[in-house]
Design a protein around this ligand. Sequence first.
Ligand code: GLN
Length: 296
Amino acid sequence: MQGSDMQGSDMTVQQAQRALSSAFKTAGIDTAPLDARVLLEAVTGLDATDMARLPERLLTAQERALLLDYQTQRLRAKPVSKILGQREFWGRAFEVNEHVLDPRPDSETLIEAALQHLPEAQAFRLLDLGTGSGCLLLTLLAERAHGEGLGVDVSGAALAVAQANAQRLGVSAQAQFLESHWFEAVTPSFDMIISNPPYISDAQIRQLDKNVLEYDPRLALHGGEDGLDPYRHISAQAQSYLRPEGWLLFEIGHTQGEEVCAMMRQSGFEEISVLPDLGARDRVVMARAPRGPRRK
Ligand code: GLN
């Protein structure tokens, strides 16, 4: 779709979708048809069914202008979620911006695992270290009405997004937020600690997609020279913040399972297991604090 097409004569939703999709395909965007549909839906307020029913519906001049703007942004490698300011996670829409990591489908593995160990009918306390958009913490609280949670982040701007998402999901009463470098300002104790910390190494960060590198905050990505710094730090301290037999769940990069397990073992955790994501790659490491008081 050329700029002149969009500004010029009439265009139906079907024509716009085809033109947009082919422009994205030409630019090498893997998800071209999907991106075209999502952007067009956002611009017109129509859903997929409406669009199938009304392929001849004309775009207004305003819609054409907005769509052209979205097209330009997408062609500059900006992800659809960051263009629209929202992203679906576990069936709910989360607000996102340049201060937070985009919620990823991979992280749903952690949600699934956590839900198995969070009671449905009893109170519990959950801590999310590096909460970002709040997608992990707030999804779990939305699924468990008796749970309470604390979302920690070193970025105040990220916490503002998480707070807005808590309101959006109707779980503000269950959630609190705290600006802190990991455990620094946190007081014990919790039944479960979850974290999807930054885990990209120096070497990998240079190879990241433009998509990720330019539009996800580096603070949310870079985990030190070998990418494992946050796991080392959190594993070593977590038991002081967990109740006996409390759970620690990490999202990991798919090659980090063994090393993260070893750190947890060394810190005295038990029942350590690694869980795969939908692509069958290691994605979550989960372990339990011992029953008794911590042995050093
Ligand atoms: N907890 C958030 C998420 O899983 C943010 C993680 C991060 O910024 N590293 O998306």
